[in-house]
Design a protein around this ligand. Structure first.
Ligand code: SAH
Length: 395
């Protein structure tokens, strides 16, 4: 049996771990063995001395992210097994197909791998560590990815410069840890897109909107579509395929707008239904005509990254949605989202509800949307739920 340095909890502080919640908060810790360093694997014991499991230690309010329960060690075999289980799930979800090679392979706690995110884009996997422990284990993880029998991944790009705790000073340089640049074109439901994992946001593409984009495609026929906060244009090219009369994509980032244009060109060359604008969302919504669009997508960045920003975030969602209710054509459809983990589904619905009431229009909920199954929520870790959306019919 592997022996790890020990952390002993204060009396009564093991309850949430007994319910498999995978975090140990600093206040729960009674004693830490000498020499425990950031990123180490530690054995977590209850106050009575019994072993609960093993996890990655880090300095901060979440002190340990649990990886195994009982005496299972965290070694190469552990990563191979967890990654294999993650790949099996994606395979059973039908995400590995000739016309779909982009998906999330590992979603942190949702795949029982706290601190780790892996997105796959064809032959390249983009690996993000959110904890020092995962940073130190990145090579084991990368080896386990390329060894997966069901996956054709040959390159692993490591992208953790912005996701690791700044104070840990790990100098986690971005770069390929296995393989090299191959192609940056990936496929989602038969649509192709460039993924800029070098400079793009997150891992380069928002795979979490795949199912919601598919739903949008079904509503697009003959509609005039505004894709607000378009980033790489995901919703725009689904709308074009769905037969939209026109699609306007807006993002404040000029880089995002040029990525959107490139991706539209890749899928629909010589199609003049699409235009993209680099401008601020609130400015665009204030200046656009009443009734100019009858399908609007609002997918803003997280307005509340932490609980402290909650109040302002809710005001932000209310204002943003208020503008859409004010301007959308009668019979219009609004796809509105929040990806703030700190904002609950109910709070978001209330913010949208207030915006609707202020506009005095008849509004009905057609669909309540969520994150897709390759972003699973560990039932013992409800904090893993972050994406919520509403599809509204506005008369
Ligand atoms: N809908 C996208 C993801 C959106 S990410 C997709 O399906 O892939 C959020 C985007 O909002 C980013 O691209 C960011 O550049 C943009 N953004 C942030 N603030 C903005 C603002 N005030 N006005 C317009 N765009 C903004």
């Amino acid at each position: 049996m592997t022996t790890y340095k020990k952390i002993t909890l204060r009396k009564g502080k093991e309850d949430s771990l007994k319910r498999f919640h995978p975090w140990v908060f600093s206040g729960a810790i009674g004693h830490i063995d000498e020499g425990v360093e950031e990123g180490d694997i530690v054995a977590v014991h209850a106050a009575d001395g019994s072993l609960i499991g093993n996890g990655h230690f880090q300095v901060g309010s979440i002190s340990v992210r649990m990886l195994t329960w009982g005496d299972e060690p965290v070694d190469e075999k552990f990563y191979a097994q967890r990654l294999n289980a993650a790949a099996m799930l994606r395979k059973s979800l039908g995400l590995m197909r000739a016309d779909n090679n982009s998906f999330r392979l590992v979603h942190g706690e949702g795949d029982f791998l706290p601190g780790l995110v892996i997105d796959v884009y064809g032959s390249t996997a983009v690996l993000q560590a959110h904890s020092p422990g995962m940073h130190f284990d990145r090579h084991k993880v990368a080896q386990a990815i390329v060894a997966l029998p069901d996956l054709d991944v040959r390159n692993v790009y490591y992208k953790s410069e912005t996701t690791l705790p700044y104070k840990a000073a790990l100098d986690a340089e971005n770069g390929y840890i296995i393989g090299q640049y191959d192609t940056d074109i990936a496929m989602e439901n038969g649509l192709r897109f460039h993924v800029d994992w070098l400079r793009g946001q997150k891992t380069g593409f928002f795979v979490d909107q795949r199912e919601n984009r598919t739903l949008l495609e079904h509503y697009s026929h003959g509609r005039k579509v505004l894709n607000m906060f378009c980033y790489t244009g995901g919703f725009s090219f689904y709308a074009l395929r769905g037969g939209a009369a026109l699609v306007h994509s807006v993002d404040s980032s000029a880089k995002a707008v040029s990525l959107t244009n490139e991706n539209v060109l890749l899928n629909f060359p010589e199609d003049n239904r699409h235009q993209a604008f680099a401008t601020d969302a609130f400015k665009y919504l204030a200046e656009m005509q009443h009734g100019q669009y009858d399908l609007i997508i609002l997918d803003p960045p997280a307005f509340a990254k932490h609980k402290s920003a909650l109040k302002n975030a809710l005001i932000g969602y209310r204002k943003l949605n208020g503008k859409a209710f004010e301007k959308i054509a009668p019979g219009g459809i609004l796809f509105t989202f929040s990806c703030s983990q700190a904002v609950s589904r109910e709070q978001f619905r209330l913010a949208v509800f207030s915006a609707a009431a202020q506009s005095r229009r008849k509004v009905r909920i057609l669909h309540q949307l969520s994150q897709p199954a390759d972003h699973p929520i560990n039932i013992y870790h409800p904090e893993g739920e972050y994406l919520k959306g509403l599809v509204l019919y506005v008369e």
